[in-house]
Write a protein that binds this ligand. Structure first.
Ligand SMILES: Nc1ncnc2c1ncn2[C@@H]1O[C@H](COP(=O)(O)OP(=O)(O)OP(=O)(O)O)[C@@H](O)[C@H]1O
Ligand SMILES: [Mg+2]
Length: 371
């Protein structure tokens, strides 16, 4: 897939932006706070229909304006397609999406037209942060290549909210526990689907990740991701998933009615990221964290291609800092070895890019404009 061109109107600090891109490597270079990350954010917005940062659409509108527009021309196996998303404080609904000139029903319709893999500094929290951040990584990525998974997640969240509601009523003595088993059957079926899909994705990602990590570290580091049910029991794809979930469900039932919330299911699971047998969260260095997240992201390039038949685009925001020269170089070699379009931001000129042999386009970003 390719992003051929991008147009922005009143998005963040861009009043009006319109440019086309190299099908190979694009570098956004500039001082701090000039709009490099904003550009990456806009491109990612076009691919998933919202920002990856926890912001309201309102905050994306350029100060003192009322609306923003992001539109792009993309090229995928179906040909050239225009994608457009507009947000306005004055219209209802506030958000409008057009795919190939036709109005889309919901933001999720954007998924799959322009797949992208993003590395952002926030992603480092995937290692240090909460289990939810690790689950999100899997959920977002599987959703990009599987609308069924995306819909299953929605269904699961709805069922979960209903079961939680019922648990609260039982907790306060307004209902007895008899109705619970009705919900449990549905919730268990949905939970099993989600856990199975996650394990299936990990099954494919793990060997790719190991290979990428070895490339980025000269064969020194071995990376592995493990899946933990209810943060306790390691689960593999060959295990009896509904059986394992049922077991946890039985264990926590009493506690659930006491607390009034559901204490089992994919919203309670966690991943463990392990390098050379050590838990990265507990023992890894900064550079190791960064390299591992990077390996994870880069391995998604092949994962996405396997699932959708096409390489996604690669967005790397502020990736080079904390990587030593050897690892930077390995990263550049890696990108170069794939037929992908890449967008990378940097505050200084990247010396190692001299070793890049394909077409590079550098854009100097200054105060929301290309110089
Ligand atoms: N809604 C908005 N309207 C106008 N300007 C905004 C808006 N949101 C953010 N900005 C501006 O964008 C700037 C940040 O841009 P961005 O994060 O893209 O910088 P950057 O070039 O990536 O910098 P760094 O090198 O520090 O990462 C902020 O300093 C702010 O002034
Ligand atoms: Mg930035």
């Amino acid at each position: 897939m390719l992003l051929q061109s991008l147009e922005l109107k009143d998005y963040r600090n861009y009043q009006a932006f319109s440019h086309d891109f190299s099908p190979s490597l694009n570098i956004f270079q500039g001082k701090n706070a000039q709009g490099k990350t904003n550009l990456i954010e806009a491109i990612y917005y076009l691919s998933i229909g919202r920002s990856y940062r926890p912001v309201k659409e309102d905050q994306l509108v350029r100060w003192e304006q009322k609306s923003f527009l992001i539109s792009g021309k993309i090229l995928n196996r179906l040909g050239v397609l225009s994608l457009e998303t507009a947000f306005s404080r004055l219209t209802k609904p506030a958000k409008q999406i057009y795919i190939g000139g036709l109005k889309a029903q919901k933001p999720a319709d954007m998924l799959g037209n322009l797949n992208s893999v993003l590395f952002a500094p926030e992603d480092l929290s995937m290692i240090k942060g909460s289990p939810q951040e690790r689950r999100n990584f899997l959920d977002y990525d599987i959703s990009q290549v599987s609308t069924e998974y995306f819909q299953e997640l929605h269904k699961y969240r709805r069922l979960l909210a209903q079961r939680n509601h019922l648990l609260k009523q039982i907790h306060f003595g307004r209902r007895d526990g008899a109705n619970l088993s009705l919900w449990d059957e549905q919730l268990l079926a949905s939970a099993s689907q989600i856990v199975y899909k996650r394990l299936q994705a990990l099954e494919k990602l793990n060997p790719l990740m190991r290979l990428t990590q070895r490339k980025l570290t000269g064969g020194v580091e071995n990376l592995d991701i493990k899946y933990f049910l209810n943060k306790r029991r390691e689960l593999k794809i060959s295990d009896d998933i509904p059986g394992a979930l049922k077991e946890v469900q039985r264990d926590v039932l009493q506690e659930e009615t006491r607390q009034g919330v559901t204490l089992w299911g994919p919203h309670r699971d966690d991943l463990s990221i392990v390098v050379n047998g050590m838990d990265l969260k507990l023992y890894g260095s900064q550079g190791q964290h960064r390299t591992a997240v990077l390996a994870l992201k880069l391995s998604e390039l092949e994962f996405f291609r396997g699932e959708s038949g096409e390489y996604p685009i690669l967005l790397l925001d502020d990736v080079m800092s904390e990587l030593d020269e050897w690892r930077r170089n390995a990263l550049i070699q890696f990108i170069q070895s794939k037929e992908i379009q890449c967008f990378i931001t940097t505050t200084d000129s990247i010396g190692v890019l001299g070793k890049y042999e394909k077409e590079i386009r550098t854009y100097q970003i200054q105060a929301g404009q290309i110089k």
